[in-house]
Every structure is written in C-alpha cells, then in structure tokens.
Design a protein around this ligand. Structure first.
Ligand SMILES: CCCCCCCCCCCCC/C=C/C(=O)SCCNC(=O)CCNC(=O)[C@H](O)C(C)(C)COP(=O)(O)OP(=O)(O)OC[C@H]1O[C@@H](n2cnc3c(N)ncnc32)[C@H](O)[C@@H]1OP(=O)(O)O
Length: 239
C-alpha cells in the first residue's frame, strides 16, 4: 500500500508495502492511482510531490507471485498483462502531474519499480544500499512499449540504456549518477529523504504554475505522451 502525507506544499507519497519488496500488484497500483488523483485535486502553485518508501526497496516491480498464483500459465500471463495495463495510468499521472516530482530512492528499484522512479523529474538515491535494475533480460521478458519508450526518452546515454536493458546491470547510486540517470547519491535513506525535502522546499518557493509545468514536461517526452494518451496544449498563464 502507500500513504500520503502533506507537509506544507510538499506531498509525501510513501510505499509502505505489506511485503518488504513493495511489489506493484493491483492493490498497490490502485492505491498509487488514488493517491495521485488526490494530489492532483489538491495541487496549488508551489506544490511538489516526493515519492519514497519504507524498507530495503522502493519497489521490486510487479508482483510475479500474484501472477503465478493464478494457476495456469495462460492465467498467469493474463495477470501479468493486467498489471502492465494497470500501471500505465500511474506513469501517465506522473508525467502529467501539475507540479515538480521527486523520487527519493531509499532502496532497490527494479523493473516497474525502476520505471516508477524514472517517471519523476528528479531522482535522489541512497548510495550505501540499493540498486537500480531492469531484470527483464534475465527473466526472459520483453518490455511493454511504454516501458521502452520511457527508458529511451528519460535515459539519453546509449551505453546506459544498453547496460540497463541488455546487460541487466545492477546500478548503485554513484554509478547511476555518472550515467545521468540519478541526480545525486546520498549516504543513507534518511539523508536521501532529507535531500528530497530540501529540494522540494526549494522548488515550492518558486510557486510554479502547475499547468504550465506539466505542459512543458510533456513537451520533453512527446513519444511517451503519445503512448500514454496524453495530449499537449498551449498555456499562457499571464501576459
Ligand atoms: C506471449 C505473450 C505474453 C504477453 C505477456 C505480457 C506482455 C509482456 C510484458 C512482460 C512484463 C515486462 C515488464 C516487467 C516488469 C516487472 O516489474 S516484472 C518484476 C521483476 N522484478 C524482479 O525480477 C525483481 C528483481 N530484483 C532482484 O533481483 C533483487 O531483489 C535485487 C534488486 C537485485 C536486490 O537483490 P537482494 O539480494 O535483495 O539485494 P540486497 O540483499 O539488498 O543486497 C545484496 C548485497 O549487495 C549489497 N548492496 C546492495 N546495494 C548496494 C549498494 N548500493 N552499495 C553497496 N552494497 C550494496 C547489500 O548490502 C548486500 O550485501 P550483503 O548485505 O553483504 O549481503
């Protein structure tokens, strides 16, 4: 599950998984969507989202145990497809959210969990524990189109894309900073969250127009917006 806390202008969204891996199953995905809808409805100039988690994992990706529990192979695949389809709106909400977004990666972020992290504008990550990992190549799974498009538009280094998607590299924070995937590495989970809050408060003081912010963000990722069904529009909030 996840919790939502408002600290002044900051919305703190925390994955508090029943299982320590914060696996993204339909229940968790629904709770994320509900929280993001609540955040969007309460957005004001200066609002900022910080997404983080408790425990060793930001998220270890989709809940494959839930898929396998379906019984037959085809039913398991149907459950996997369902999670893939259900998670797409979470990415769409983050890409279109009318405020700056910060991921405080306080543990491992793998597969859909990594996509959750890079769907934020800023990524801060603990350097003592935790890796970024795309296990699909090791699992023998291809990437859903919106995963691949998000990776291509968010990660600009061909070597980084190759290492993550074709080699299945497990990147520690310092390596991910060098690759331009993560903005900063921090000593601990606590200092990562503090860094995220400090950045959030700095951004909040700008009192940015959320509608303009969202439209400019969407203009950075046209292919991803197309896949997510997000349209773009011109906004002039003041002249
Ligand atoms: C035919 C048509 C079919 C159609 C079907 C649908 C379409 C197809 C679509 C398919 C779907 C594709 C998209 C899939 C998305 C998903 O989400 S699927 C779910 C995938 N998830 C996974 O596979 C999970 C992957 N995770 C892992 O492999 C591991 O959990 C991990 C992330 C690698 C972490 O491993 P773990 O052993 O738990 O790590 P730790 O114990 O925490 O650490 C190990 C040791 O390493 C040390 N360490 C870790 N990080 C650091 C660091 N940054 N710095 C230093 N040291 C670090 C850590 O301390 C440990 O060391 P010790 O403590 O000494 O043991």
């Amino acid at each position: 599950m996840c919790t939502l806390e408002k600290r002044g202008n900051l919305f703190l969204l925390t994955l508090t998984g029943d299982d320590e891996q914060n696996r993204l199953n339909p229940t968790v995905i629904d709770s994320l969507l509900s929280a993001l809808s609540q955040i969007k409805s309460q957005a004001t100039p200066g609002s900022v989202l910080i997404t983080t988690a408790h425990g060793r994992f930001l998220s270890n990706g989709f809940d494959l145990s839930w898929a396998r529990a379906a019984g037959s192979g085809s039913d398991a695949l149907d459950r996997l497809r369902f999670m893939v389809k259900s998670f797409k709106p979470v990415v769409a909400e983050l890409i279109s959210l009318p405020m700056p977004t910060i991921a405080a990666v306080t543990g491992h972020a793998a597969a859909a969990g990594f996509l959750l992290a890079i769907s934020h504008d800023h990524i801060l990550m603990r350097g003592d524990k935790g890796v970024l990992y795309m296990p699909e190549i090791d699992l023998g799974m291809t990437l859903p189109e919106y995963f691949a498009v998000a990776m291509r538009e968010k990660i600009k280094s061909p070597a980084a894309l190759r290492d993550m998607l074709l080699t299945g590299a497990k990147l520690k924070a310092v390596e991910a900073v060098k690759m331009g995937i993560v903005d900063s590495a921090h000593d601990s989970a606590e200092s990562t969250l503090k860094g995220a809050v400090d950045l959030g408060e700095q951004l909040a003081r700008r009192k940015l127009n959320g509608e303009v912010y969202a439209e400019i963000r969407k203009s950075l990722y046209p292919e991803l917006c197309g896949i997510l069904g997000l349209t773009q529009k011109d906004v002039v909030s003041k002249l």
